[in-house]
Design a protein around this ligand. Structure first.
Ligand code: SF4
Length: 287
């Protein structure tokens, strides 16, 4: 679940900390929300931390799932993760298809239709299902992940070093870099956010964000509905997956309502500090 939005190099130390502090699924299930958020702090996309916690509670209650269908019932586990787990852990013969695997298979078949359509997905699924090794499905899926990451890269694939180059239709046709065909581009919205900065010595005054929106359930500085006149903000750009945020901080403006909680920087970090605020405190370390 850490790797759902995070690269291996960045996620590895978090995974190690989780395993060290909460080595079993029962430990993870019994941990407090604050401990989970603290261990997750800095990874971003905190919804994954909530889902991981809920998933662990479910598994601690009902036992480990067996096979794709049961894995899919665990919160936070989508079709790709379910197939990866079922093939690696349970030996189920099923292809694990994320964007990287789709790239490899669409090139092997030189599939020229837009990859997002249900027809393309069904085609790639049946193609991949025929390829998956019947005795070593987990190793096979991991080999496809490695192939995608090391050789069959989005740009300039290293076809001359590829172990399946003889089988690859896109390589023969010279169209590898044109596959997969994509029609949909991600729509990115832009948003301005403004925050007061209540201070009490080394403590920041914070409020808990509503569930469901940006930084769902995490503590942040109080957000302002209107720009406070006469105050100069510190501004930084922050990118979320579908949003470009322009975040304005007003260190001279405390806001007009009483914060819910006062925390030092370290205490805040232990409860899960959204990346935009980590970024702000890195940019302006004297705050
Ligand atoms: S030959 Fe090239 S395009 Fe085909 S699977 Fe290998 S790296 Fe990818």
């Amino acid at each position: 679940m850490i790797l759902q939005q995070t690269r291996v190099e960045q996620g590895r130390s978090y995974w190690e900390r989780f395993l060290q502090e909460l080595p079993t699924v029962e430990d993870l299930a019994a941990a407090s929300d604050t401990q989970i958020k603290g261990l997750w702090s800095g990874l971003g996309y905190y919804r994954r931390a909530d889902l991981l916690h809920r998933g662990a509670k479910q598994i601690a209650r009902t036992g480990w799932p067996q096979g794709t269908k049961e894995w899919l019932e665990v919160p936070g586990i989508g079709p790709y993760t379910a197939a990866a787990l079922a093939s690696i852990v349970d030996g189920e013969v099923v292809p694990a298809l994320d964007g990287n695997a789709f790239r490899v298979y669409s090139r092997l078949a030189d599939w020229s239709e837009p990859i997002e359509t249900s027809r393309s997905k069904a085609f790639i699924y049946s193609l991949a299902l025929n390829f998956v090794h019947p005795k070593r499905p987990g190793d096979f899926n991991q080999a496809v992940m490695d192939l995608a990451q090391a050789l069959c890269t989005p740009k300039k694939p290293k076809c001359n070093e590829c172990p399946v180059q003889e089988l690859c239709a896109a390589r023969s046709a010279g169209s590898a870099e044109l596959r997969p065909v994509k029609t949909r581009t991600l729509k990115v919205t832009e948003q301005d956010l403004h925050f007061a900065v209540p201070r009490r010595g080394h403590q920041f005054g914070l409020v808990q964000r509503p569930l469901g929106g940006i930084w769902s359930g995490l503590y942040t500085l109080p957000e302002l509905a209107t720009v406070p006149p006469g105050f100069t903000p510190q501004v930084l750009d922050h990118r979320l997956s579908h949003r470009k945020l322009r975040v304005h901080f007003y260190p001279e403006f405390e806001g007009s309502s009483e914060p819910e909680i006062w925390l030092t920087r370290e205490e805040w970090s232990k409860r899960g500090m959204p990346q935009a605020f980590v970024h702000w405190l890195t940019e302006f370390p004297y705050i």
